[in-house]
Design a protein around this ligand. Structure first.
Ligand SMILES: Nc1ncnc2c1ncn2[C@@H]1O[C@H](COP(=O)(O)OP(=O)(O)OP(=O)(O)O)[C@@H](O)[C@H]1O
Ligand SMILES: [Mg+2]
Length: 261
């Protein structure tokens, strides 16, 4: 279990304080997939960086249960490959100290194969397209079989066909290994296709938390998927409920839900 309790994050920007996150409370149960959706600048990356332990919250706390103590894999918004290593070397990097070289290579080749890049094992990062580099980054995160997988718009640079295939792969991996996944996207349809719960952020605040109780793999043309998509879109494009007050839903944890009016 990983839990965000009243997380807040502000950045000093000249004379002003930019509030990137305000009072975000949410539990990420072990083995669940939560998607986080919202427009550019709403605080998605900030939340993910705090969950990854890369950033300290200004207020509130992150509680890591046993699930949070295991391996964490992160896919950043940009691929961030090591330019002096080829694709295989980038994927194998995190396995080096953990596995004998031959086994590390075998697993890394399998991970590259899974993202459709088996033929590019020897390619250097500069020889890959943006989407290919991003797929190497995804393989690098998956190869360690993390208990907690944090993904920041990992498929945003991919064409529609590759994106659909990668979404399918992610669901298959989740079904096989059951890592806890937090998946950030600005694409509402993607959030609904992949999330058991969809967290909706608007200007740093939680404005919705929608359970999506549909079996995987989900079909984008399914009426129920479309219903969720339309509801979330309507919420994210609606004017804020009370201009100076808090969001419609300030906390999405089950305990708070029961006390909600
Ligand atoms: N290091 C920083 N210094 C100052 N302000 C920051 C910093 N990082 C983020 N911010 C601000 O915090 C807010 C949230 O940024 P964040 O990167 O979390 O948004 P996002 O939802 O990931 O957006 P996008 O979809 O464009 O990636 C923005 O207003 C941004 O300007
Ligand atoms: Mg971002």
């Amino acid at each position: 279990m990983l839990e965000a309790r009243h997380l807040g994050k502000s950045y000093r920007l000249g004379e002003a304080d930019v509030v990137a996150l305000a009072d975000v409370s949410l539990a990420f149960p072990r083995g669940s997939i939560t998607t986080v959706v919202g427009r550019s600048g709403c605080g998605k990356t900030t939340l993910l960086r705090i969950l990854a332990g890369l950033e300290r919250p200004t207020s509130g706390a992150l509680v890591r249960g046993e699930a949070g103590a295991g391996r964490t894999g992160v896919v950043f918004q940009e691929a961030r490959l090591m330019p002096w290593l080829d694709a295989l070397g980038n994927v194998a990097f995190g396995l080096r100290r953990r596995l004998p070289a031959a086994l590390a290579e075998e697993r890394s080749r399998a991970a590259l194969d899974m993202v459709g890049l088996a033929a590019f094992a020897d390619a250097m990062p500069g020889q890959l397209s943006g989407g290919m580099a991003q797929r190497v980054a995804i393989a690098r995160a998956l190869v360690t079989e993390p208990d907690l997988l944090l993904l920041d718009e990992p498929f945003a640079a991919l064409d529609a066909f590759t994106r659909r295939a990668m979404q399918g792969e992610l669901v298959a991996i989740w079904q096989a290994k059951r890592p806890t996944i937090v998946f950030v996207t600005h694409d509402v349809e993607e959030a609904v296709l992949l999330g058991q719960h969809v967290l909706e952020l608007e200007r740093g605040r939680v404005v919705g938390f929608e359970p999506v109780d549909l079996p995987f793999p989900r079909d984008p043309t399914d009426a129920a998927v479309n219903g969720h998509r339309r509801r979330i879109l309507a919420k994210l494009t609606a004017p804020p409920p009370h201009a100076a007050g808090g969001p419609a839903v300030s906390s999405a944890s089950p305990a708070d839900k029961e006390t909600a009016p």
